[in-house]
Design a protein around this ligand. Structure first.
Ligand code: AGP
Length: 594
């Protein structure tokens, strides 16, 4: 968030940051230009705590920038909170996004004598601007950004200039236009209290904002951008115009995949994947998790066994804690938990540690309890998830597990490169699934009036079916069961009637023919059958009543595209049934009791 105008910047910035609290954060801070000096205040924790620390003092100044941080590089702490400054404290930077080449930049700048005071990727920007500053802030920012790879929404101050320079690349940034005052923020709700006239900045835009006006450049040329009037309420704006956080979060999936890949893929690293992990000497991997994370683990088992030929056992954390199964010290135990706070998963990792096993956690929340427990951590980069139902974080877990499988794998270079290329194509493939959401919405109408739905799949599509069923039941309250397609005839067939729709997840892999047989067996019992299938599958229509088409990807990655389609199916079914969606009854986002 940034402000420049005639009013005092501090209360405007803090008020705006409060409007962005729904995004989740663990620390916050602001900087103002006051009497020719940059004054920085920051705190771990909430904006209320920051205000308490200020004990009613307004530091003055009518230009400033502020930030709420959700930690991605470096633990949540005061020193890692933004704004970050250069060596002399003349420049203040706030940033959303990930500077992918920060390690290299940091080493170079440190060798030139720059002293770093945080663990963040952001701080390199302050030092780069310092390196190039020669009396002209925008020129220094231009040159600095030339060296930066990654995603960013940046707002930058210099003590000698009554201006804000902001820039955008693959992270949202919006300019708010008031009367002789201007705002810049990551999201519209931050501005709405002051103005509804906004300019959505585009990738590559650099904007120089003074009290007199603003100038937007892209690639060195001044560019015109349309001013829009926002008609949303603040509540609508928090959800980015989407009716629910769940839908917003599903739509964030392509960006989440990009961010997770950007964090863990590196040029020049053996095999491209940089997880800073030893390839296990262990003869076995054991994964422990709950709910959606458990389903991610089941997909992970399939992928790791396929690509790395290491046997993987998956256990529900809540069961594992009371099991008597012997644990070998040779086992690598992987805990998967988006929140990092699930009590059962934490206990399972403790049990594994006590048995002398090496432990690894995959989590989305930096500084969460699991990060203090496991020997090694891999972060998914999904950003905060507000809806209780896990969607984008599930996809980020899957991406991480594909990377883990590649990291452990010794497949040939050409095959590995093909897989990495496919992974990089996934954001586009998922976007195409999202673009077809109207068709999924229509198909969802075929299940909303029923009380029981089966989801079936084989191989990698079996856990996808389990997850599809979980998603549907938790938000639409339709009873749904996920089943291995071959298992239906061992009992559940007794329940199949015209009143029991079956959703079949069909991947074009070695299970395809047998899956068609299973669908035929189901059809003979008269239930309506919906298939989720590859867009190039020409056979499937002959076997089922409705088809949800998903973008063609290598079959091993179909778990991603098909899961996103099933998330949308659940969402639209729940919406049609008038359910609450973001906060389903009886459920909590973090389950901190066993
Ligand atoms: C799924 O939509 C739920 N939110 C739930 O099953 C969740 O995955 C489970 O409680 C585990 O949470 P975690 O990933 O934070 O450990």
């Amino acid at each position: 968030m940034g402000y420049i105008g005639k009013r005092s910047a501090q209360p405007i910035i803090l008020g705006a940051l409060k409007r962005l609290e729904y995004r989740g954060y663990d620390s916050c801070g602001f900087a103002v230009l006051s009497n020719g000096k940059i004054e920085v205040f920051k705190e771990r924790g909430s904006i209320d705590e920051l205000e308490k620390a200020l004990s009613g003092v307004n530091v003055g100044g009518t230009v400033g920038v502020g930030h709420t941080r959700w930690a991605t590089h470096g633990e949540p702490s005061r020193r890692n909170a933004h704004p970050h400054t250069d060596c002399k404290g003349d420049i203040a930077v706030v940033h959303n996004g990930i500077i992918e080449n920060f390690q290299h930049l940091r080493e170079t700048l440190a060798a030139e004598g720059h002293v770093f005071r945080s663990d963040t990727d952001t701080e390199v920007v302050a030092h780069l601007v310092e390196r190039y500053y020669n009396g002209n802030l925008e020129e220094a920012v231009r040159r600095a950004l030339h060296e930066v790879k990654g995603s960013y929404a940046l707002a930058i101050l210099h003590k000698a200039d009554e201006k804000i320079v902001a820039a955008r690349s693959r992270s949202p940034l919006v300019l708010g236009v008031g009367d002789s005052e201007f705002f810049v923020a990551s999201d519209v709700p931050a501005l709405l209290e002051h103005t509804n006239r906004v300019v959505h900045l585009e990738d590559g835009d650099l904007v120089i904002i003074t009290r007199e006006g603003f100038r937007i450049e892209n690639g060195g040329n001044v560019v015109p951008r349309k001013m829009e009037t926002v008609l949303w309420s603040i509540e609508d704006a928090e959800r980015g115009g989407y009716e629910h956080f769940m839908l917003k979060e599903i739509h964030e999936t392509p960006r989440v995949i990009e961010n997770t890949l950007a964090t863990h893929l590196r040029d020049g690293v053996l095999g491209g994947v940089d997880l800073d992990l030893d390839v296990p000497q262990s003869s076995e991997i054991l994964m422990v998790a709950c709910g959606t994370s458990f389903h991610a683990a089941l997909v992970g088992k399939y992928v790791i066994e396929e690509l790395a030929s290491v046997p993987v056992r998956v256990e529900l954390a809540s069961e594992f804690n009371y099991a008597t199964t012997p644990l070998s010290r040779e086992t690598l135990v992987v805990g998967i938990t988006q929140s990092g706070e699930t009590a059962d998963t934490l206990s399972a990792l403790k049990r594994a540690k006590a048995a002398g096993c090496a432990t690894l956690a995959i989590t989305n929340v930096l500084g969460s309890s699991v990060t203090r427990l496991a020997d090694r951590i891999i972060y998914t980069r999904a950003g905060p998830e507000i809806c209780v139902a896990a969607t984008k974080t599930f996809t980020a877990q899957l991406i991480t597990l594909y990377l883990l499988a590649l990291h452990f794998s010794s497949i040939e270079l050409a095959e590995r490169q093909k897989m990495l290329k496919e992974l990089r194509r996934l954001p586009t493939a998922v976007q195409r699934v999202l673009d077809a959401e109207d068709e999924i919405k229509e198909v969802s109408g075929r299940i909303t009036s029923y009380e029981n739905v089966f989801f079936i799949g084989r191989g990698i599509s079996f856990p996808v079916a389990l997850e599809g069923a979980l998603k549907l039941k938790e938000i639409s309250y339709i009873h749904a069961e996920g089943y291995a397609a071959g298992e239906l005839k061992h009992g559940p067939f007794a329940l199949l009637t015209e009143e029991t729709p079956v959703v079949a997840v069909v991947a074009p892999d070695r299970t395809y023919d047998i899956m068609l047989n299973n669908i035929k067996e189901v059809k003979a019992r008269k239930p309506p059958v919906i298939a989720v299938a590859d867009e190039h599958d020409e056979e499937i229509e002959k076997y089922v009543d409705f088809v949800i088409r998903t973008s063609h990807v290598e079959p091993i990655f179909s778990a991603i595209t098909n899961s996103v389609a099933l998330q949308l199916l659940a969402y639209y079914a729940a919406k049609e049934r008038g359910c609450e969606i973001d906060k389903p009854r009886n459920l909590a986002k973090s389950v901190t009791v066993e």
